[in-house]
Design a protein around this ligand. Structure first.
Ligand SMILES: C[S@@+](CC[C@H](N)C(=O)[O-])C[C@H]1O[C@@H](n2cnc3c(N)ncnc32)[C@H](O)[C@@H]1O
Length: 209
């Protein structure tokens, strides 16, 4: 397994969202955080020889980080075709060990079936559902992770721990790791009034029953 630093270096400088859409909550995961999450998942045995599914892959950071390790198969699912076009370009820059299958579709109704014979790890930085009209968006992503995978890693806004733990318990799952991180948001939208803002996020590893 390579180092976390080497993984982060491969993710730095990739293209971002060209025409970011606020209603889809398009915020790219900072490369260091994506590398941290995938390196932790790999240390836990959740990447090697597994199918890795990135729900709401955006420009592909989490899927590409996983593809740089030794998974069996990587899928990146995204509803915005222009983000997927950037993800494909980013794949050419990263040139990972495994190629990624990019799928256009709705992650809350994914065109995928649970596959009991191939263990699946879901990685996701879902829309937080923090905006009026999109409340509960991360719940729908967690529901799909519970259905499709045996383990998931997800990024949520600060203050989500109680909700995520209760949700996992209701589904017969368990949060095995939880940690806080800072998430740098570049200026992307009209309401952003500085070039960079740090927001607090929480990351969870959930083992699903
Ligand atoms: C916070 S961004 C994260 C992007 C990327 N995974 C990353 O880590 O940089 C959330 C992504 O989910 C996508 N998205 C939002 N709702 C979706 C849905 N229902 N189905 C598929 N993708 C969705 C957005 O377009 C966006 O690319």
């Amino acid at each position: 397994m390579g180092s976390k630093r080497a993984l982060a270096e491969r993710l730095h400088g990739l293209a971002g969202f060209r025409a970011p859409q606020l209603e889809f909550e398009q915020y790219p995961t900072p490369p260091d955080l994506a590398a941290h999450l995938v390196h932790l998942a790999d240390l836990q045995g959740d990447i090697t020889d597994r199918t890795v599914l990135d729900l709401g892959t955006g420009t592909g950071l989490l899927a590409l980080a996983a593809a740089c390790r030794s998974p069996n198969h990587v899928l990146g699912l995204e509803r915005d075709p222009s983000a997927l076009a950037v993800a494909r370009e980013n794949e050419r820059s990263v040139d990972p060990a495994r190629s990624v299958d990019w799928l256009l579709g709705d992650a809350t109704r994914p065109p995928l079936c649970p596959c009991p014979d191939a263990p699946v790890t879901t990685l996701m930085n879902p829309p937080f559902g923090a905006r009026t009209g999109s409340e509960g968006a991360d719940r729908a992503f967690l529901e799909r992770a519970a259905e499709l995978s045996t383990v998931s890693y997800s990024i949520h806004n600060a203050g989500s721990q109680q909700f995520v733990e209760a949700f996992a318990a209701d589904e017969g799952g368990e949060v095995t790791h939880a940690f806080r991180a800072e998430f740098e948001v570049p200026r992307l939208y009209g309401h952003h009034d500085s070039d960079r803002t740090e927001i607090n996020v929480e990351l969870f590893r959930i083992v699903w029953a």
